[in-house]
Write a protein that binds this ligand. Structure first.
Ligand SMILES: Cc1ncc(COP(=O)(O)O)c(C=O)c1O
Length: 427
């Protein structure tokens, strides 16, 4: 076993002052029942804990660090900007640069509002949809996670999946009455509900490439159905691209699938590892936001200049020629041989992947929605996690998460990870 005495002591101290010792539940390694990783530093593909143990990191700040930890150009830009002042509560020119970059990369976004977290982005996009359509109802899909605003916490993914009700207490029933939750990729359920509530529907929100029930892409026909039915009934289609945005293509899942949503939400990569997120859409819809319009949104640190600078550099780096081909080829070093091995030996596992995002599901042979993902063998998952962790690989510490390959992962590290996975599958 790796020695982690300082991590253990620090986590005990954290538990003294912070509920569960963490500021976001999945960091607590709850079902793993071991001391969680207490991070000290990161460099490139590696994360180092406070005991000095180093791990190849596939969590990468839950997908934010597409260029790896402490990319020198991102760090330099952030430091330069920090020296000019960390926050003003007044508008700055760097916000225009990042917003313009996003409008260029995502043609569906004529206007962008910049906020500090993905939760704020999705929460406000839904409020905007309700304000714009003057209708109350929203449809979401089981297993998709859109942050922790009250009305999204119905059969949500990621850490919410392990709650008994797959929802959260503390939310009045009335609040949830306007949220309808459907099975992911289910055409019939969708058609039926549109027939019933279409005229009162404000919006449908979906992760077009779900990554919070493990990685489960929506089928293109399913997204086309949502696009057609929302248009017909006058509701807005919202793509939550907090994970897929700038990861699967510069233009996100909407570019990959060729489907244009009315509103899009971003986060993670666009902050370059700092707290930044945003949402955007057509001018006509976005102008319903205050100060021009009546839908309110605000934030002391919204559009924070240090985060903007880091985010802008991160997006510029993604624009390097061949960036996504190289990134995806890196991921395939792990994905292809492991998938082949599973198939050849008919093992009770499967890999779902989209480009540099993947999940190895344990104890199931096919996953198309949250119900399938929940059939996983959690004990088997825990064994996999312990094995990888012990051998210096930090994979996402929960069965409903995706692995994130970054540009900083070297061929050797990816091959080492592949070999470890194959060895473990052989045991
Ligand atoms: C798809 C998706 N939407 C929204 C969010 C919420 O973002 P944040 O954690 O920045 O509030 C997340 C977080 O993981 C996410 O994966």
């Amino acid at each position: 076993m790796r020695e982690r005495p300082l991590s253990k002591r620090c986590f005990e101290d954290l538990c003294d002052v912070i509920p569960g010792g963490v500021n976001s539940p999945v960091r607590a390694f709850c079902d793993l029942a071991i001391t969680p990783l207490v991070a000290e530093s990161g460099s490139g593909s590696h994360i180092t804990d406070i005991d000095g143990n180093s791990y190849i990191d596939y969590c990468m700040s839950w997908g934010a660090l597409i260029h790896g930890h402490t990319h020198p150009e991102v760090v330099e830009k952030a430091i330069q900007r920090l020296k000019m002042g960390s926050s003003f509560g007044a508008t700055t020119n760097i916000e225009e640069k990042l917003a313009r970059k996003i409008t260029t990369l995502m043609p569906s976004c004529e206007r962008v509002r910049l906020v500090s977290s993905g939760t704020e982005a999705t929460m406000t996009a839904c409020r905007l949809a309700r304000g714009y359509t003057n209708r109350p109802l929203m449809i979401k899909f089981a297993g998709c996670y859109h942050g922790h605003a009250d009305h999204f916490l119905v059969q949500a993914g990621s850490g919410v999946t392990r709650l008994k009700e797959s929802s959260s207490s503390g939310i009045p029933k009335e609040m949830l009455a306007s949220t309808y939750c459907l099975p992911f990729n289910d055409h019939d359920a969708c058609n039926q509900l549109f027939d019933e509530i279409g005229s009162n529907l404000a919006c449908v929100i979906i992760e077009p490439i779900a990554a919070n029930m493990g990685v489960v892409p929506a089928s293109k026909p399913f997204l086309e159905l949502l696009r057609r039915r929302t248009k017909e009934c006058g509701a807005l289609l919202i793509f939550d691209e907090v994970i897929s945005g700038f990861r699967v293509a510069l233009g996100g899942a909407q570019e990959k699938y060729g489907i244009t949503p009315d509103l899009s939400c971003f986060g993670k990569i666009m902050g370059g590892g700092f707290p930044a997120a945003g949402f955007g859409g057509k001018k006509e819809i976005m102008d319903v936001l205050a100060p021009q319009g009546s839908v309110y949104q605000a934030g002391t640190l919204s559009g924070n200049p240090v985060a903007m600078e880091a985010g802008l550099k991160a997006l510029e780096l993604c624009q390097a020629p061949g960036f996504y081909d190289t990134l995806n080829a890196k991921a395939r070093i792990i994905i292809d041989p492991v998938r082949e091995y599973i198939k050849k030996h008919d093992l009770p596992f499967c890999i779902n992947s989209v480009d540099s995002l993947f999940t190895l599901f344990c104890g199931v042979k096919e996953v198309n929605n949250q119900a399938d993902a929940k059939k996983q063998d959690n004990e088997l998952f825990n064994k996999l996690f312990y094995y990888m962790f012990e051998h210096g690989v930090y994979m996402p510490p929960g069965p409903y998460e995706g692995w994130f390959v970054s540009m900083a992962h070297s061929q050797d590290e990816l091959e080492k990870t592949r070999d470890l996975l194959l060895q473990w599958l052989r045991i």
